[in-house]
Design a protein around this ligand. Structure first.
Ligand code: GLA
Length: 403
């Protein structure tokens, strides 16, 4: 009896370890790339994807780590008479295989989108009941990532867990390594079951809007709203199953598209910089979403800041903890590789904030060399504290290394 129990226990452990190993292999660090939805919604085409792929390379995004192009909803053209899912022939006249080949030839990867019900959020053909067939199709096309949405599906967590596991199993059998992105908007306890279900990332909130916070109270999610929803999930953080805080809105400036709904009037560059900072502190995927053909210098500078990207992609894979929370300020600490720490100081108030931060109050008791990753310079040596001002909605990010 004991032996039987031990065997059963070992097989559970092995299963869990296998899950963990696979996930880690699929997304050892948070996936980075560019996603069609926020700016383009249904206005997508193979030409847009090709042009974006070209820009990802020529503008240095690929080399900075943005490796995926994620095609979101509205690419589908129904099913053929063998029930194989097909792309819209007007938007993708050469088919997905040719497009994936092109994207791969640029040293990039291709993501696609489906939903765990009969129809997607925008009302297109989805994968419920066709999981294995669709996974095989995606594999044949050369797809590397699947964002799997949850519109039109039952509201209980058990069903959500099951439907995502079914797709993860189908992908695992598809013959190709395909990352699974869970997208149930933080509404069905994915923080508990996502790793076991085979997800490599899971969304923690409703859709990001291009705004600082939901001042108009229409229920949309601004940058600060998503920070406040995601941070308390920290105890559930698992390396290889990342908190997906949704797309970066940097560079959108309220230009339209779904991210401009529900009060999405646009943000200041300082606020976009805060989004980049906190997404990196929380080890979120970094998915740009503005039109890469129209990028100004400030947007480029924010999105291509190698030092902040290094925090996001740090190989230790830890997630920041919020150590200070007041009405005006939040301070986060993220342990990094090589014994370093990232410390972020966020001013949530509408005024300039003078700050004196004793590192000991964060549990960091040594003396440190302080590198400001937005200024790209060491600002202090042998420091036990930092003193300075933080602009309205700004985030200062420092890397602390023991002196
Ligand atoms: C949901 C998702 C969004 C996007 C749309 C597409 O709202 O949360 O990120 O994929 O569906 O319809």
């Amino acid at each position: 009896m004991k032996r039987l129990l031990l065997l059963a226990f070992c097989s559970v452990c092995l299963h869990a370890m296998k899950g963990q190993g696979t996930r880690l292999a699929l997304a050892p660090t948070p996936p980075m790339g560019w996603m069609t939805w926020n700016q383009f919604q249904g206005n997508i085409s193979e030409q847009l994807i090709r042009e974006t792929a070209d820009l990802m390379v020529s503008e240095g995004y690929r080399d900075a780590g943005y490796e995926y192009i994620f095609i979101d909803d509205c690419w589908q053209g129904g099913r053929d008479n063998h029930n194989n899912i097909i792309p819209d022939p007007d938007k993708f006249p050469n088919g997905m295989k040719a497009l994936a080949d092109y994207v791969h030839s640029k040293g990039l990867k291709l993501g696609i989108y489906s939903d765990a019900a009969q129809l997607t959020c925008a009302g297109y053909t989805a994968s419920l009941g066709f999981e294995e067939q669709d996974a095989r199709t995606f594999a044949q096309w050369g797809i590397d990532y699947l964002k799997y949405d949850y519109c039109g599906a039952p509201n209980d967590s058990a069903t959500a867990h099951r439907r995502y596991s079914t797709m993860a199993d189908a992908l695992a059998k598809s013959g190709r390594s395909i990352v699974l992105g869970i997208c149930e908007w933080g509404q069905h306890n994915a923080e508990v079951w996502a790793p076991e279900a085979g997800g490599s990332v899971f969304r923690t909130s409703g859709d990001v809007r291009d705004m600082w916070k939901d001042v108009t109270r229409q229920g949309g999610m601004g940058i600060l709203d998503i920070i406040n929803i995601t941070v308390p999930l920290q105890p559930f953080a698992r390396k290889g199953c990342w908190f997906d805080m949704d797309m970066l809105v940097c560079g959108l400036y309220g230009k339209g598209g779904p991210s401009s709904d529900l009060g999405g009037v646009g943000c200041t560059d300082t606020e976009y910089q805060t989004q980049m900072s906190l997404w990196a502190m929380m080890a979120s995927p970094l998915a740009m979403s503005h039109d890469l053909r129209q990028t100004n210098d400030r947007t480029r500078e924010i999105l291509l800041n190698k030092e902040i990207i290094d925090i996001d992609q740090d190989p230790l894979g830890q997630v920041a903890e919020r150590r200070i929370l007041t009405d005006e300020m939040q301070v986060f600490v993220r342990p990094l590789s090589e014994g370093r720490y990232a410390v972020a100081v966020l001013n949530t108030s509408d005024n300039v904030l003078p700050v004196r931060l004793d590192f000991a109050s964060l549990g960091l008791t040594a003396r440190y060399t302080l590198r400001d990753v937005w200024l790209h310079k060491d600002v202090k040596k042998n420091a036990r504290q930092w003193q300075g001002t933080v602009e309205r909605h700004e985030t200062k990010v420092f890397v602390l290394q023991k002196s």
